[in-house]
Design a protein around this ligand. Structure first.
Ligand SMILES: C[S@@+](CC[C@H](N)C(=O)[O-])C[C@H]1O[C@@H](n2cnc3c(N)ncnc32)[C@H](O)[C@@H]1O
Length: 243
């Protein structure tokens, strides 16, 4: 073990920082392009780094890209944009939901139609009382819970699987906004002064931005002929045998 660590350290001594791997000047519009800002996630890759890695180390499009700690799917999105099939694993079910949403372009007209269908479902949503987690009152006020229940109810009514998942992804992203969680913290911290947004307005705002991004992603993939390139995301523990 010590020998291995000494060898690795020695190898790293010959490595020098290379400017071409620095993406300091990348704009937010570039790092958040296409579907990359569908959902916040801790420690996301900078997509430009992943794209360069794939282009350098997998120059042939027949090569399959694997990310065993896939997170919110930055690698799988970039692989698809480059025409590579990809596989991702993550132990977190939300990572799977986000990645599958981010790698599935949806016909823009289908999404626009479903936005109206969703609003119809929302407008006739009953005052459902879901069985909530006992700690929900710690994070959400009563009014927000009632509104979020109605949004969730309306989403569950959507029949098209990919569209329902798209809306669920927007819903999941919006939960932090509507809770007492301090926005700038990734650790669960209460913000005593937080002004709660209207859950429906903030949900629709994010949904609309996702609909725009889906349009760009869809058009780019259509143009390149990569729309049907497969990106498979599984909920798996990568430290265990999975084959
Ligand atoms: C830093 S995040 C990866 C973020 C990713 N690079 C991106 O851009 O979205 C690390 C991920 O590893 C996942 N993870 C941790 N232990 C794991 C395990 N044993 N098997 C699979 N995934 C695991 C976590 O759930 C988390 O999503």
């Amino acid at each position: 073990m010590e020998l291995l660590s000494r060898t690795i350290t020695k190898d790293f001594l010959h490595l020098f920082p290379r400017e071409e791997w620095s993406f300091r000047s990348a704009l937010r519009s570039q790092t958040m392009a296409f579907t990359h800002d569908y959902h916040r996630y801790p420690a996301k890759f900078i997509p430009q780094i992943v794209s360069k890695l794939i282009r350098e180390y997998a120059p042939n499009r027949t090569q399959v890209v694997l990310d065993p700690f896939g997170g919110c799917g930055t690698t799988l999105v970039e692989a698809k944009l480059l025409g590579h099939r990809s596989i991702g694993f993550d132990i977190n079910p939300i990572a799977k939901l986000i990645t599958q949403t981010k790698t599935t372009p949806i016909n823009p007209n289908t999404l626009t139609n479903h936005r109206s269908i969703f609003l119809d479902y929302y407008n006739c949503a009953p005052s459902t009382s879901y069985k909530h987690h006992p700690r929900i009152d710690y994070w959400f006020d009563e009014q927000s819970i009632a509104e979020l229940d109605k949004i969730y109810f309306a989403i569950k009514e959507i029949k098209n699987h990919n569209v329902r998942r798209f809306f669920l992804c927007a819903f999941s992203h919006n939960l932090k906004n509507c809770s007492r969680w301090l926005m700038k913290s990734i650790k669960p911290t209460i913000d005593k002064n937080k002004v709660m947004p209207d859950p429906k307005k903030s949900f629709l705002r994010h949904l609309d931005s996702m609909i725009k991004k889906n349009y760009q992603f869809y058009c780019r993939l259509e143009l390149l002929g990569y729309r049907d390139v497969v990106a498979s995301m599984y909920r798996k523990d990568s430290t265990k045998m999975w084959i």
